[in-house]
Design a protein around this ligand. Sequence first.
Ligand code: ZN
Length: 293
Amino acid sequence: MASQPTQQISGVYHRKIGDIVVTAISDGYLDGSLDVMRNVDLDRAHRILREHFRPARRTSVNAFLIHSKGRIAIVDTGSGNYLLPTAGFVQHNLAAASIDPRSIDTVLLTHMHPDHSAGLTDMSNGQRLFPNAELVMHENEPMHWFDDGAMAKADERARKLYFQAGREQVAPYKDRTRLFAGGEVFPGVTAVPSVGHTPGHTAYLVASGADQLMIWGDTVHVPEVQTAIPEAGMAFDTDLAAAAAARKRMFDRVSADGVLIAGMHLHFPSFSRLKRRGDAYELIAEPWVHAFE
Ligand SMILES: [Zn+2]
């Protein structure tokens, strides 16, 4: 009798953007409740999830490789072992994609939250998991997360999980960190600051020829709810109002242009477009293709 499969295939998916190949790498997923949502009627949020056949909040965590001009960057690094055992699979899926982490020369961070920056360093030995990479992020990120005054004002969970975790994860890259305010940060990749979720939260626009991809970072955390109610935010938005304003600007930009998007918390592999429907929006996932040439 033939045996049934017991394990999922690897979380790796390639998408070509002109001459650039972008590879979605799954870190896994995080399950949680909607109680961390803010500025939204929770009954309505629960109803929206149910209408999408989702009994609870399930958050994909994604990272993206960018293969451009003979170089490789990774956008975000997943959650390492800081969060839940259902996440932390970036290294596993890089191996499945036959990518040696030593060949990655640039780590672009969207921001210093543990589901993005906690895959930088192996804390059991203090070694960089991307030993040859330059760490690149918006100048406001370390300015905020290394600010002792801001840390003192945070609650205990945020102090540990955001400030301390961020500091210990980026520390081994101290002499190889490049900070930006905007502009081109890697061949074919432009930083698009979209601040509010954190003070330096940044999207990355990948462009080659006529093709574009907006890797929009944490524009949404609960895609079903926040596309329906764009003002809905999260307890861990540093500035709830600024995050909502940034989300609406991003929604307007990508829906007006029909630009392809990818996101750290869109369901893997996340390549989608956003359609405006009155005051709300709808995510339309791009079909999977075998041949990406
Ligand atoms: Zn996140």
